[in-house]
Design a binder for this molecule. Structure first.
Ligand code: ATR
Length: 275
């Protein structure tokens, strides 16, 4: 049977095996999807082993997305822009690398939450791997203005520079900002920092939220709670990243199997199972 898995460290709480097993059931695909805990210095070995075991591809999570990018012989344009891969497909001797995180975020906001990004002002908080990984697809959704705000402004500036050409091509006003000098109000505010996890609190002022704004945390579970509570306390709609997780998985599944799984149904089931 065709085998896939998620490689990461940590990986034991990953929902990907459950999501992909459900996708396979619902689309009548014969496949197995597992999880492998990879030692921090063992990513290339883990990929070699998976291929030796007959694996057809894998998802890659923290902290190996940059190494996955380096291992790929060929990459999608969105992976090139992200500088990181969350999905590998094994094609004989060749490894194809993709990044479906940004697609997952945009699909969840637009498809599941029903909020079109086109023409909107969007704020992305954070400029680490998580933020850089989604910026290309967010730009391609053509918001009017996209501000990247980060504690370390230089990192936001570097991420903006890397996306300058794409922003010009799609006609988006793309800017970097510090956290305490964010100008204007935003209809969509995405938290791509891990501040809830560090107990540091929300690093932006509530004045950035426009009337009826969506405040989105790319994490889910306890890691997203601080940001979501803050958003609700200031009148915003709050949404966690569980839908992003399911939608990025759906895009990986499509790449591997050529079939689009019913992601909205699987998201509803996953949410119900966690409630
Ligand atoms: P990830 O892969 O999850 O993005 P990362 O690359 O380490 O992880 O990035 C973490 C992000 O959270 C960065 O934007 C970081 O800000 P800096 O670039 O200034 O480090 C942000 N972050 C982490 N702790 C923070 C805090 N206490 N306040 C504000 N931002 C924080």
């Amino acid at each position: 049977m065709d085998t896939y898995c998620v490689l990461g460290n940590p990986v034991e709480h990953s929902k990907s095996p459950w999501i992909h097993a459900r996708f396979a059931q619902l689309t009548n695909q014969q496949l197995e999807y597992g999880r492998r805990l990879v030692p921090l210095d063992g990513f290339a070995d883990a990929v070699r082993q998976l291929r030796a075991d007959g694996g057809r591809g894998c998802n890659v999570t923290v902290p190996f997305k940059f190494e996955a990018f380096d291992l790929a012989h060929e990459r999608s344009a969105r992976a090139e822009l992200a500088g990181a891969c969350n999905t590998l497909k094994f094609d004989g001797e060749r490894i194809y690398g993709d990044n479906t995180d940004g697609f997952g975020l945009v699909s969840d906001i637009e498809g599941n939450a029903g909020i079109a990004l086109r023409g909107r002002d969007v704020l992305l908080v954070g400029a680490g791997g998580a933020a850089a990984g989604v910026l290309g697809p967010v730009l391609e959704a053509r918001p009017a203005r996209l501000v990247i705000a980060n504690r370390t402004v230089d990192k936001a500036v570097a991420v903006v520079e890397r996306h300058r050409e794409l922003a010009a091509r799609v006609g988006v006003d793309l800017r970097a900002s510090s956290l305490d000098a964010i100008e204007g109000r935003f209809f969509v505010v995405v938290n791509a920092t891990a501040t809830s996890m560090t107990g540091a609190g929300v690093p932006i002022a509530p004045g950035v939220l426009a009337e009826g704004a969506l405040a989105y945390d790319m994490m889910y579970g306890p890691a997203a709670q601080g940001f979501l509570d803050w958003a609700r306390a200031h009148g915003a709609q709050a949404r966690d990243g569980l839908g992003m997780l399911v939608e990025q998985a759906a895009e990986s599944f499509q790449l591997w199997r050529g079939v689009r799984p019913p992601s909205a149904q699987v998201l509803a089931e996953l949410r119900a199972s966690l409630a």
